[in-house]
Design a protein around this ligand. Structure first.
Ligand code: PBG
Length: 436
């Protein structure tokens, strides 16, 4: 099966240009993104004389230039050439001119000139090491009980979607461009929040209800869920808070197991503990297996850092901790080796996917885990990363689309198999050449 190369820019020869969405098959996982090869011409300091007119070298000749056949046999053609009667071919092209004032220097005696492999779009495409496709994306979606979609101020382009209306439209749009995986984040009514977060395992709560609806409408959709108490906790923490402020580990894990089983029962494909309690992966695995959900995957937030990049997300769900911070369970951003402690735990407890979060500021952690584990790796490009790129784009300080694609490609290069990103739909549209 031929792989298909996608390029948002128009500078590639037609044969290398991507297919459009009409020919694009969302089920194929072999689409590749190539960082745009077109660079602005660099200005050379000009001498006083006006710049000479550039010769435009033709890229390809029209097929009408093909000479008419004479009907000669191979032997006759060879004999003609041997007799000195050589047919015409284009002359060797003239050496392109350098601008006036260019210094004349002997060429450097280099045995290796890495620029040779970057000379043309076709060469660059041939040697591209990392690829990216809509199949690599998991689209995080915020849901609420309302019927309208509510814009999220700190995340331009993101909404709290009505679970029976806006959500279904958004999922359909994503599937249209090959994004077939989503992860759900609920905005839970304050009246349902308690210190022990029991709404998290209500079988008819917002998340289980939504999963059943989605599975009914889109049976092939891969549904990831978040396992943590924060959207359900009146304290805004991922676990149960003791009166002295301590986040209780084992009691929280007990709740998380019930939450994961409720999600699996509703039809979740992948449950994703993001709470960072110790021992939760093994406990959730046992609970799922006991309930008959041996086939449900666990994507563990293995290295989740106590990061300020989560700010816009907490606004989206109104889930800021009521007091304190999450530093007794989420990791210290200063720590690298500690990620391997978490990897060993999650691997031995049966995690199917290891996740690193945030994404771009933590590429070294992704690479470390890629080099030390055989399990698939997920990177979470979190809300703050998304909002910074959006804000920079809206202020016209950066090219939003190019920075978006580059950031995603870099997460892949660092070693991520899949990427949770609020850009999933926009980036997938870009990959299949569809403008918004
Ligand atoms: C909570 C959770 C958080 C995110 C995903 N799950 C926030 C937090 O830990 O406070 C953040 C995602 C983002 O910022 O995009 N369990």
């Amino acid at each position: 099966m031929a792989s298909t190369t996608f390029n948002a820019s128009s500078s590639l020869p037609a044969t290398l240009k991507g297919l459009d969405c009409n020919t694009y098959k969302p089920t194929l996982g072999n689409l590749r993104f190539i960082a745009s090869p077109n660079k602005k011409p660099i200005a050379v300091p000009s001498s006083s004389s006006p710049a000479p007119k550039r010769r435009v070298l033709p890229l390809a000749r029209a097929t009408s230039d093909v000479p008419v056949k004479t009907g000669l046999s191979d032997a006759e053609c060879e004999a003609a050439v041997a007799a000195g009667n050589v047919p015409e071919a284009p002359p060797v092209p003239p050496t392109p001119l350098a601008p006036a004032g260019t210094p004349v220097v002997p060429s450097l005696p280099l045995s290796r000139r890495p620029r040779r492999n970057r000379r043309s779009p076709a060469l660059r495409a041939a040697f591209q090491e990392t690829t990216i496709s809509p199949a690599n994306f998991v689209y995080p979606l915020f849901i609420h009980e309302g019927e309208e979609d509510t814009p999220i101020g700190a995340m331009p382009g993101c909404y709290r979607l009505g679970w029976r209306h806006g959500l279904l439209e958004e999922v359909a749009k994503a599937r249209d461009v090959g994004v077939n995986s989503i992860v759900l984040f609920p905005k839970v009514p304050d009246a349902l929040k308690t210190p022990t977060g029991d709404e998290a395992y209500n079988e008819n709560g917002l998340v289980p209800r939504t999963i059943r609806l989605l599975k009914d409408k889109f049976p092939g959709l891969v549904i990831y869920t978040d396992v943590a108490l924060d959207p359900y906790s009146s304290d805004g923490h991922d676990g149960i808070v003791r009166e002295d402020g301590v986040i209780m580990n084992d009691e929280t894990v007990h709740q998380l197991c019930k939450q994961a089983v409720a999600q699996a029962r509703a039809g979740a494909d992948v449950v994703s503990p993001s709470d960072m309690m110790d021992g939760r992966v093994g406990a959730i695995r046992d609970a799922l297996d006991d309930a008959g959900f041996q086939h449900v995957l666990i994507m563990s937030y293995t290295a989740k850092y106590a990061s300020s990049f989560y700010g816009p997300f907490r606004e989206a769900l109104d889930s800021n901790p009521r007091f304190g911070d999450k530093k007794t369970y989420q990791m210290n951003p200063a720590n690298y080796r500690e990620a391997m402690v978490e990897v060993h735990e999650d691997e031995s407890e049966g995690a199917d996917i290891l996740l690193v979060k945030p994404g771009l500021p933590y590429l070294d952690i992704i690479r470390q885990i890629r080099d030390n584990s055989a399990l698939p790796i997920a990177a979470y490009q979190v809300s703050g990363e998304y909002s910074m790129i959006k804000a920079g784009g809206m202020l016209k300080m950066i090219d939003e689309e190019k920075v978006m694609m580059e950031s995603l490609l870099c997460l892949r290069r660092a070693g991520a198999d899949i990427i949770l990103t609020y850009f999933a739909l926009q980036a997938a549209r870009c990959l299949c050449g569809k403008k918004r």
